[in-house]
Design a protein around this ligand. Sequence first.
Ligand SMILES: Cc1cc2nc3c(=O)[nH]c(=O)nc-3n(C[C@H](O)[C@H](O)[C@H](O)COP(=O)(O)OP(=O)(O)OC[C@H]3O[C@@H](n4cnc5c(N)ncnc54)[C@H](O)[C@@H]3O)c2cc1C
Length: 439
Amino acid sequence: MKNAIVVGAGMVGVATAIHLQQRGWSAALLDRKEPGCETSYGNAGIIQSEALRPYPMPLDWRELAKIATGRTNDVRYRLAALPHHLSPLFRYLWHSFPARHARVSSAYAEIIAYSAREHEHLIRESGARNLIRRDGFRVLHREQAALDAAVAAAKGLSETYGVKFSVMTSRDLKKAEPALTDGGIGGLHWLEPWSVSDPGALVSAYADLFTRLGGCILRGDAQSLVQRSGGGWSILTENGRIEAEAVVIALGPWSPDLLKRFGYLFPMVRKRGYHRHYVGGSSLDLPLCDEAGGYVLAPMTKGMRITTGAELAKPNGKPDLTQLTHAEQAARKLIDLGRPVEPEPWLGTRPCMPDMMPVIGRAPRHCGLWLHFGHGHQGFTLGPVTGRLIAELMSNQAPIVDPIPYRPERYLRIPIYSGRVFRLEAGHRSDLEPATIPK
Ligand SMILES: Cc1cc2nc3c(=O)[nH]c(=O)nc-3n(C[C@H](O)[C@H](O)[C@H](O)COP(=O)(O)OP(=O)(O)OC[C@H]3O[C@@H](n4cnc5c(N)ncnc54)[C@H](O)[C@@H]3O)c2cc1C
């Protein structure tokens, strides 16, 4: 029997481990915490079947000026942190231009289209139906120009991919959500996405399914991973060292740090986000994105959860509550929010690759090393389908979608000996990233 260690027990790692186990592998899942305690716990809990185009960087100078001068709450940066982000951000910008973004989006749309179906299998097998609502989520707008642009974009998605949505007046919004004291100027209802009342609990339910399938979950530090001289991989767990022929790196935002040790330098745009729960006030029926306020307000088991937009902070930089404070002030104008539950808000990091696509595939210079990270804004949605994709690649099965757009080599110029000359790894050359030569 083939065996593998999956490091990282977020949505991405847990789903990978299940798919490997289901394909006849003997899989172990390793994390330094319980499954689903980090990014996969703290998100807005939306399984975003409408997110067929990944978020590009704004190219409009007015939008950029708003970000630069701190006049928007959905993106915030700290000047001192910018040097840490400039290189990956520049690449992100490069991929945000319309022709490149369209190319990325066509692959993204293909994989997002399978995401809810792949969750459905796991929801059914894990018995987690009680955590799921299948009634979509709503977006509230305060500016006519923004609403018009959102409706035009939604119509485009509907014509191309058949996505279902409805336009709502301010009155419609208040009727659908009686707790709202202000319906803005109206908004949209995305009808097909699902919402989860406790994202961490869904990952735990999937992790329990994995153990029922015969997999084992272990505690340990991924930094103890070593390649064995005779082949295969070994890692230290609380129960001693374990070995396997293959290892999958699914450490979300921590993946590039570990991979540096093996000579792979992956650029990543780390977009921080915060959340806090509120109880004792009124509650919404479905998640609501306050577009102008730059946050999502979602009814969850622990209360109403506010999740913030993206903050570009220094790695390990102190929490900056500006975005959450602004979001809370805006939310208090919409509903009776009640009081905060946690004394300190949660913070986590969206692991975004500069081309907005996750990294999925074999590491080119190490036998048995597989990479599965960088799911950005939609990792909670994508985990089960990309977990299936990497398990299929590892098992030499026909992949659910074309794996080429996700290949790790797009970030690594690998010298390959062919005939009498070394050449750089070929691929879709026009897509190649500016080179990072591994040291
Ligand atoms: C505010 C916010 C809102 C979001 N909303 C949504 C949403 O509505 N829908 C959506 O689809 N996505 C959303 N996302 C994105 C989504 O949450 C992430 O893309 C996804 O959770 C990433 O999953 P992951 O498994 O790759 O990473 P993680 O869940 O972070 O898992 C990585 C795991 O690695 C472990 N680990 C790290 N270092 C080590 C080590 N040295 N040793 C052992 N273990 C280690 C961690 O403990 C962790 O369990 C949101 C993100 C944020 C921040």
